[in-house]
Unconditional design. Structure first.
Length: 324
């Protein structure tokens, strides 16, 4: 008889694959916008649009105890990670930023262990190793690179994203996914808005990011279309999908699926921007896909991946009801 939990987990996997697909396309959209727009102001308006949309959608969602606290915590982590990533992209190249951000896949199991003392399964560990090697082939330049201040910002973003994925897996099972998204997205908008104002003060002289933030905000057709797309499908759709999926799978398993993002981004960049993936990039994409396949396999008698603690008791109850 098939395992009762297999269908919800497969649906969660499919949702995260769709999320990474949209994120891959969003990478191309954001890159075009940041050539002329102030980064934090763009991030602010993106999440303002997303906040309005999700608040309308979540007007009838159930309110659970601790919703405001948990949504604010994951929102602060998400906002901090995205801000650090934008800071780094001002002072480093796209290939460096992609590789260093991808390190969150490697860091997530360590963050999960620090948070909950749970070790990844054998399948997840092998999947992470393969996906990480794929990241290197996809994004690490053959000639190597030197470490810059921008690299340090993006590396810090990867660390924050790892803890964000873990916290979301820990807190999402206790709440309705749409209601949780309706708290975390306005929190990100507040973080971006506050940073945009702060970066315009004389105290931030000496960093490259205030120069970019001082650009005038031009409401061009490209800017408005990008904000609308990223604020709806690229933010509400993806972060709701992520919150819904991470109620059903572990943080480590989710991180492995997120390894698809640079693969989709590379494919969209090759199609829309004329960038060549090359043989090395194709090999890296293949390793990422192999890592996901391995993580989905079952090499032992354990569960393919450990469920969040709040989900384990629910899974036992469902199993007992069916067997009874």
């Amino acid at each position: 008889m098939p395992r009762v939990s297999s269908n919800p987990q497969l649906r969660a996997d499919a949702a995260l694959v769709a999320v990474t697909f949209v994120w891959g396309l969003s990478f191309v959209v954001v890159r075009n916008v940041l050539f002329e727009s102030p980064p934090m102001a763009f991030l602010f308006w993106r999440f303002v649009v997303a906040s309005v949309a999700v608040l309308l959608l979540a007007s009838r969602s159930p309110r659970t105890p601790g919703l405001l606290r948990d949504g604010t915590i994951v929102g602060l982590l998400l906002g901090s990670g995205m801000a650090l990533q934008v800071f780094g992209q001002v002072e480093t190249t796209a290939s460096k930023a992609a590789f260093l951000t991808g390190l969150s896949v490697v860091l997530t199991p360590f963050a999960a262990y620090l948070r909950s003392r749970r070790l990844p399964s054998i399948e997840n560990g092998l999947g992470i190793a393969l996906a990480s090697l794929g990241f290197v082939l996809l994004t690490f330049p053959r000639e190597g690179w030197s470490v810059t201040r921008g690299d340090a910002f993006v590396l810090c973003a990867a660390v924050v994203f790892a803890f964000y994925v873990v916290e979301l897996s820990e807190r999402a099972p206790s709440h309705d996914a749409l209601a949780l998204t309706a708290v975390q997205l306005p929190t990100v908008a507040c973080v971006a808005g506050a940073l945009s104002l702060l970066l315009r003060l004389p105290l931030t002289v000496g960093l490259a990011i205030p120069v970019a933030e001082a650009r005038p905000l031009i409401l061009s057709r490209t800017f408005l279309a990008s904000v609308l797309y990223l604020g709806t499908i690229g933010t509400v759709g993806t972060f709701f999908g992520q919150a819904w999926a991470q109620r059903r799978i572990s943080a480590t398993h989710a991180a492995i699926l997120f390894a698809l993002e640079p693969v989709f981004a590379a494919l969209f960049a090759a199609w829309l921007l004329g960038e060549s993936l090359g043989g090395r990039g194709m090999a890296g994409a293949g390793l990422v896909l192999a890592g996901i396949v391995v993580s989905e396999s079952k090499l032992g008698n354990r569960e393919p991946f450990p469920l969040p603690r709040s989900e384990k008791s629910g899974a036992r109850d469902r199993s007992e009801r069916i067997s009874g």
